[in-house]
Structures are given as structure tokens and as C-alpha cells.
Design a protein around this ligand. Structure first.
Ligand code: UDP
Length: 248
């Protein structure tokens, strides 16, 4: 692990050494600047996958803001001696961006999840942020050849900010592949956040969130994720092994 401009590396994969407040300050500073501010929200599963895949590692590192989403990363950062203050969940960070967009009269485009989910999520978000301008919505089940038309739709909508919920690493690839053609000012990959906002997937109650047990709640809701969940202990063991080898 090493540190570079406020970035730490876990299993060789970069994440920003930031808490919620610092993450938002970074966004507020970068968003008005020209070009697309790319925001990724990797959890320990993505970090573990990227540690074995150079191109994925590079993709994660290409983001302007790399939010450490996941209690596994917080534990890992302690093990490697550069403790992250807290976990910054992608969904909470997205909400701070939404509050900012509403306050500043900027618009958002929701892209991803099953047909109808983005629209439902947008309606729920507007109940809480009534002045938010929703420039458009598009579901996330498309063929690669549809991508140029989707990029066109996003640009035609005039959206300032793009929220991409395609799961990782599809969402990161989409943002990176099209950053040069997209006319939005910022884009974030948010995994299953639209499913939570729409009500299709319940977020863990506060007890689970406070005790770093969101993964357990998610497993209870979606037992099919068992295989993916079992990657967490493997991830922790790898981080411990790497920490030990660096001490020697
Ligand atoms: N999704 C999508 N297109 C796809 C695959 C997935 O829009 O081709 C959506 C899926 O419906 C879900 C979201 O991506 O709303 C995130 O999926 P998952 O829960 O697997 O994400 P992660 O755990 O990686 O955040």
C-alpha cells in the first residue's frame, strides 16, 4: 500500500482517503470545472476483482473521485495502516450530489436498472427534492450497439449530471468509454441505488448500517448473492496477508 495525493492503495487498487465531508467538498470543487467529473464507488468486491485485473485497476484509478464504499474497505485500510475515517456509501454520496444539483438548478439523468425502475426512483427522489430537474431516464438493459443512441439521448436531454446504475464494472466502463462524447459535467456509478430509491430493494435498517452489517441484510434479502458475499472474508485475508508481507 502507498499513498498518492490523498489516495491510498488496497491490494494495489487506489481509493480516495476521504470521509463524507471531504468527498462532497471534492465534488463541489470539481463539478463546475470543464469535462466530466468521474465518480466511482468501489466496494471490497470490486477492489478484489481489480487487484487481479490490470485494466480494471486502471479503470478504477481513472476516476476523479474514488469513494470507499463498503465496510470491508474501512477494515482493510486499518490493516494496511492508513485508516479511512468512515465508509462513504455510494447511495448517501449520490444524495449529497442530488441536494447540490437541486440547490444549484442543475439537472440529472438516471440511467440503469430494470425498465421502469429509474422513473420510479426519480419520482421518489422528487418527493424529497421537489425542485430537482430530472432531464431523463433510461433502463440499463441494452445491446452494445445501442450505446451511441443512449449517449445521444443523454446529451439531447441537456442533463448536467449522469447517474449510472448498471452494476460494476459495467457502469464504470460506460462512463469511461463515453466520457469524451458526454456533455454532462459529472457522472457517478451507483450500483443498486436506483432499486433502493424506487423501493424495489430495501436499504438495511439503521442498526445494520451502524454496525457495518449492511452486507448481512443484503444477503437476507437476496440469498442468491451468497457466492459474491463470500468474497468478503477472502478479501480480508488477502489484505492481512499483504499487510504482513510488507512488514517483513
Ligand atoms: N443492471 C443493469 N443492466 C445490466 C446489469 C445490471 O441495469 O446489464 C442493474 C441492476 O438492475 C441493478 C444494478 O444494475 O439495478 C446494480 O446491480 P447490482 O446490485 O449487481 O450492483 P452492485 O452490487 O455491483 O452495486
Amino acid at each position: 500500500m502507498n499513498e498518492n495525493k490523498g489516495r491510498i492503495k488496497i491490494l494495489g487498487v487506489p481509493v480516495d482517503m476521504i470521509d463524507k465531508e471531504q468527498a462532497f467538498s471534492k465534488f463541489e470543487k470539481l463539478f463546475p470545472e470543464p469535462g466530466v467529473t468521474k465518480i466511482f464507488t468501489p466496494n471490497s468486491e470490486i477492489v478484489q476483482n481489480a487487484s487481479k485485473d490490470e485494466s480494471l485497476k486502471e479503470l478504477v484509478g481513472s476516476a476523479d473521485i474514488i469513494i470507499p464504499d463498503g465496510i470491508g474497505l474501512v477494515y482493510a485500510s486499518r490493516i494496511v495502516g492508513h485508516p479511512l475515517k468512515e465508509r462513504v456509501t455510494g447511495i448517501d454520496f449520490l444524495e449529497s450530489c442530488i441536494a447540490y444539483l437541486e440547490k444549484n438548478g442543475k439537472s440529472i439523468y438516471f440511467f440503469g436498472s430494470k425498465p421502469g425502475v429509474a422513473e420510479k426512483a426519480a419520482a421518489k427522489i422528487k418527493e424529497k427534492y421537489p425542485k430537482l430537474i430530472v432531464a431523463g431516464c433510461h433502463h440499463g438493459y441494452f445491446k452494445p450497439e445501442d450505446e451511441p443512441a443512449i449517449v445521444q439521448q443523454i446529451n439531447d436531454s441537456g442533463a448536467d449530471f449522469l447517474c449510472v446504475a448498471l452494476g460494476a464494472p459495467k457502469q464504470e466502463k460506460f462512463i469511461n468509454d463515453h466520457a469524451a462524447e458526454l456533455s454532462v459535467r459529472g457522472a457517478i456509478g451507483v450500483g443498486g441505488s436506483l432499486d433502493v430509491w424506487s423501493g424495489d430493494l430495501k436499504r438495511a435498517p439503521e442498526f445494520y448500517q451502524k454496525h457495518g452489517l449492511e452486507w448481512l441484510y443484503r444477503f437476507i434479502q437476496q440469498p442468491s448473492r451468497f457466492g459474491r458475499m463470500m468474497k468478503l472474508p477472502v478479501f480480508m485475508l488477502k489484505v492481512i496477508a499483504q499487510g504482513k508481507s510488507q512488514e517483513e
